[in-house]
Design a protein around this ligand. Sequence first.
Ligand code: ARG
Length: 492
Amino acid sequence: MRSDQIRQGRLAGERSAGLEHFLASMDTDRWIVEADLLVDMAHLLGLRQQGIIDEGPARALMAALLDLHDHGLPAEAFDERFEDIHAGKEACLIDRVGEDIGGRLHMGRSRNDEVATCIRIRLKQEIIALAGSLLDLRTTLLDVAGMHTETVMPGFTHMQHAQPTTLAHYLLAYEQAFSRDAARLREAYARVDVSPLGSAAFASTGFPLDRDYTARLLGFSCPTANSMDAVAARDFALEVLGDIAICMTTASRLCEELVLWSTAFIGFVDLDDAYCSSSSIMPQKKNPDVAEIMRAKAGTATGALAAAITITKGLPMSYNRDLQELTGHLWRGVEAARESIPLLAGMIGTATFDLERMAAEAGRGFSTATELADVLVREHGLPFRTAHRIVGRAVRHGSLDLATLEAAAQEAAGISVVDLGVTDERISAVLDPRHAVSVRTIVGGPAPAAVAVQLEEQRRLLDNDATWTEETGAALSRAHEDLISESRRMIL
Ligand code: ARG
């Protein structure tokens, strides 16, 4: 194939392989190859519709584009002497149909609007795929939660036993977070869904392009409103990376639970062997490697966001080549989430929870002390602060039996809880972790009835997100299929 057709006019001289590699985006461009061919087809249909290109060359170009679409780009199109796939593909077209035809596709277009359009197309597909994985993960969390509304376990603050809750309440906390992560991505989609095509280098073009038409062909909601913004903006990428970094942070926190819960210290969960690795020296080891690597992927995603946002902050209008370096970070973040979320669903769905261990720990560390203080308030009229001090003092003395509580009340508040009518029977009933859970019936609480409401509401949100994901994904695929059919019609 010929040499780089873009340098020929203005620049001279040879470049070293190292220099070519430094400038090239070929590796990251693999993410946008399919999108780029769609962009070419839409642009060509647009040129033809506006009478900017004659029928003969348009048909020859379209035939060559469809051939590349059907059979893939040749390896030489990715040669780093072309710097990027846009130039590599154009060289390939010119090679196949000659410059008189192949040299007409780039009328009214720049790689600046081309690449921005390609990134948005691929990113829309990735958002839909990720939203789909999140649907599966949320379904799994809701299903497992639904089986454990009565499974009492300890909840923690500061990693110390705090108050009893249920496994359902615990898992629903994560599901809530993932449903917000999904909502953020869904909102970002609308801002990704605008077409830069027709903005050319930045100042648009004197060719009478119909930007609405090409936007529609490519499945975008509309064209971008300002051609300079169109090529310069990457806030849509930063936003999605931010959403991904947040989502992966949620995933990382859940992974951290699984790592902790699977230790012999805690022993709440046994992960399926598929998600674990062993040791090359310690034959007994079962390590939660998938959860660990996923925790690290959250670091990768956050690093990608940090890199991308830092690359952007110093850039004046409009396109600057720095933006090429940003794109790789975008895909790194996308890939971290794309690989992780389905595995997390699998890991949760196949985990075995040790209900006895959870129940045994639920009441440890005086975890029901709050409930005892609450009873002193509710049933015996004490101010909460006084009840809190009495119970705290009893815990300091190492027991919450009536004798210790009485001594603590005398010592810390100068009152007698026996005189107030507190009995040993009432204390033991109140200190049962199941009791503490059962009275927390208010909105958001862990009592089974309150959790049932949360489950129902989250299933409703999930159904709504499932409809959006399915409809949006189908509409996008349909648009792209229609574009290819329309392109094939041109050469009939
Ligand atoms: N490879 C480039 C990128 O990813 C495409 C746009 C190149 N534009 C240019 N003026 N060199 O940003």
